[in-house]
Design a binder for this molecule. Sequence first.
Ligand SMILES: NC(=O)c1ccc[n+]([C@@H]2O[C@H](COP(=O)([O-])OP(=O)(O)OC[C@H]3O[C@@H](n4cnc5c(N)ncnc54)[C@H](OP(=O)(O)O)[C@@H]3O)[C@@H](O)[C@H]2O)c1
Length: 273
Amino acid sequence: MKTILITGATSGIGKSTAKMAIENKMKLIVVARNPKLVDKLTNELLTIDPNADISSFLCDFTDLKSIQEAAACILMKHPKIDYVYLNAGALPKKKKEYMNDVPIAYLVNFIGPRYFFELIKPSLINGKEQTLLYTVSMSSPKKITNVIRKDFEKLSKMKSYGIGKLLSANYFTNLKDEEIKVRFIDPRIVYSNATINFLPKLIRFIHPLIRLVSRMPEKIAKEVEKIIDLESEKRVSLFIRGKQKPLKKLYLDKQVLRFGEEVYQSGVKKLLK
Ligand SMILES: NC(=O)c1ccc[n+]([C@@H]2O[C@H](COP(=O)([O-])OP(=O)(O)OC[C@H]3O[C@@H](n4cnc5c(N)ncnc54)[C@H](OP(=O)(O)O)[C@@H]3O)[C@@H](O)[C@H]2O)c1
């Protein structure tokens, strides 16, 4: 029985992927922040398979201490994990939102997931498949060079989110652990809470219309189902609509890597002091 860990498994793409995992008789490790949603998810999954093997761990990616606690329990209970799907991520609620001086957009989409990954990595390395999946974003952070020159204040919510996602993609592309296969999933526009919340409150009622121009989370889960075991000569690959595409240049960029390293090290220091 293969084991998959999914973060942000309580809604959207994560939830559909959790269902896919249970349908495929995988052992599922749910990592999420909301206990009520975790209970709801577990009940739904047990209606698919009453014998499903599901364990869940609570952590919030804006809270490094909660990540440490969850990771310690995961390492103890699950010393071997085949697939880790780092899917949790979010747009910041406000343009300039910080925690201890660290932009939330970087915290949720980069610092938190990377910190979590580094802690649970031994279980992934012990697993048979050694595959890391990560949901990237299509938004192209054109202003990355400005940001590297420390111009965060001028960024829109969407751009800061896109940069958080890019820093993660760049970090995972340049991982030193040669044995870990990395699969980036670019889902394009998906009909989920994330997309609905992106609409200004006054016009949020039009959200059913977004369905017309977006993809459903179940569709992404189907793509993940195919991608997960795909043989590829490349250690790191990017998938858009289930098809392998060339890696984006910024994922490989050494300047972005250095900037990410600064953001990560100073962020962790500020958040753990
Ligand atoms: N929707 C799109 O068009 C789109 C496009 C490109 C990339 N993506 C990325 O795809 C991933 C999944 O998004 P989705 O579209 O399925 O949206 P979603 O339904 O909002 O799912 C996001 C998941 O991340 C979790 N999450 C958010 N902030 C968190 C935090 N601080 N700590 C722990 N978990 C947190 C949420 O938890 P709760 O369930 O508790 O809210 C939720 O389960 C995200 O990384 C998103 O950035 C989405």
